[in-house]
Ligand binder design. Structure first.
Ligand SMILES: C[S@@+](CC[C@H](N)C(=O)[O-])C[C@H]1O[C@@H](n2cnc3c(N)ncnc32)[C@H](O)[C@@H]1O
Length: 385
């Protein structure tokens, strides 16, 4: 995307008066921000919004600035700082250049997007509607998508679809330009995976940070729904967990998890159990200090196995669930009762209490993604005397 060239008025002052002149011109509202000042042999030229009148020149001189000259130059505008403006400009330029007309007035441009490294993901439905039809059909559409990606700070562009209701929660992503490979840093952790085949939820950022802030030194953790590791990796890298058993049945997520674990040098403290977590967790009975249950809309299918995974000395469960706003407290109470019922059923020597309820994000109107931190403590009656 090239920046527009235009003819602009400059006022020239001695370089050693540059700071004072800048403050004066900017303070008066005459500085053209989109154009870079020029330096030429001991003098500096400030771009102006208009040609200065004699009175305006005198006002600058009154501030102690020597006005050497004022002239017109043909210059490039600076790229717009606001990505919405860069996006609008990229689209307008493409329409003008390839369709010889301005972009239609009813053209809907995405107003939000997320970036996974160089991959820009725009929401479902972006670039649709009749106003976009000519662009999609055009043989040079590739250039448009490349320019849009660049305007939004990336190199690749894909349109998201709602998370699939298949067992893998695989996203359906339509690639418009580049590659679906996501390669990025998030809170000091490196991730690399194929965004077309695995799910990443940027909305869980606060929860990823919260889980990473727990001190897990010496702990063995089971992540029942590990995905590409957005809880597993913070627990290993920032929480210093002694070991994480990560259960995941989507081969594409497992590939991303293994690659990302390598990038963060934590492979030795990670065991990936590829397949149904029911099988892996059955083999981890009595070994965990903590079980992470990060599946939406509900992780209930793994609660029983999680209760069995905890050591006799107890530990923690992080139970994710989508719950209607007005039922959250009641849900937490019922969940603790249910977990205690499972502990009794399996003769576990501990009982659960609700220690914290985290409201992560809105999932739908009136429905929140919440996480219950349930602590299992040894039952006094069951400790042998
Ligand atoms: C909400 S995503 C987890 C997100 C994850 N924290 C991440 O970093 O991507 C849920 C994950 O659980 C996996 N999953 C769902 N049911 C499973 C099961 N019974 N056994 C193993 N993995 C399962 C899905 O494939 C998906 O990757």
């Amino acid at each position: 995307m090239s920046e527009p060239v235009e003819t602009v008025w400059f006022v020239w002052v001695p370089s050693d008066q540059g700071a004072l002149a800048h403050a004066t011109i900017k303070g008066a509202g005459w500085l053209l921000r989109e154009v870079q000042p020029l330096n030429e042999g001991g003098r500096v030229g400030f771009p102006l919004t208009h040609s200065l009148s004699a009175t305006e020149r005198a006002a600058i001189a009154d501030e102690g600035v020597t006005v050497l000259a004022s002239d017109q130059r043909t210059v490039e505008r600076r790229p717009a700082v606001d990505p919405h403006r860069r996006l609008a400009r990229a689209v307008d330029e493409w329409f003008q250049h390839h369709l010889q007309r301005p972009a239609p007035h009813d053209l809907q441009r995405p107003s939000k997007w997320e970036r996974l490294g160089e991959l820009v993901l725009v929401p479902e439905g972006s670039f649709t509607g009749r106003a976009w039809d000519d662009a999609h059909r055009h043989e040079r559409a590739g250039e448009l998508w490349a320019n849009v990606a660049e305007a939004l700070g990336g190199r690749s562009l894909a349109v998201q679809a709602p998370i699939a209701s298949d067992n893998f929660r695989s996203p359906q992503v339509t690639l418009l330009h580049g590659s679906t490979q996501a390669d990025f840093m998030d809170h000091g952790i490196a991730y690399r995976f194929d965004a077309a085949r695995v799910m990443w939820s940027s909305g869980n950022v606060t929860e990823r940070r919260r889980i990473g802030q727990l001190d897990l030194s010496g702990e063995t953790v089971v992540d029942a729904y590990a995905g590409v590791g957005y809880y597993t990796l913070p627990m290993l890298v920032h929480g210093h967990a002694a070991h994480v058993h990560a259960c995941e049945w989507n081969p594409a997520s497992v590939a991303g998890l293994r690659t990302s674990a390598g990038l963060n040098n934590v492979e030795e403290r990670l065991t990936v159990h590829q397949g149904d977590n029911a099988e892996a967790m059955a083999g981890l009975t009595g070994q965990a200090d903590r079980v992470h249950l990060g599946l939406l809309p509900s992780s209930e299918a793994a609660w029983e196995a999680a209760v069995r995974c905890l050591r006799d000395g107890g530990g923690w469960l992080h139970v994710h669930m989508n719950v209607e706003e007005e039922r959250i407290e009641a849900w937490a109470e019922r969940t603790v009762d249910q977990l205690n019922g499972l502990a009794i059923k399996h003769g576990r020597p501990f009982r659960f209490t609700a220690e914290h309820l985290e409201r992560v994000k809105w999932f739908a109107p009136r429905v929140r993604h919440v996480v219950l931190d349930a602590c299992a403590r040894p039952q006094i009656d069951s400790i042998p005397r």
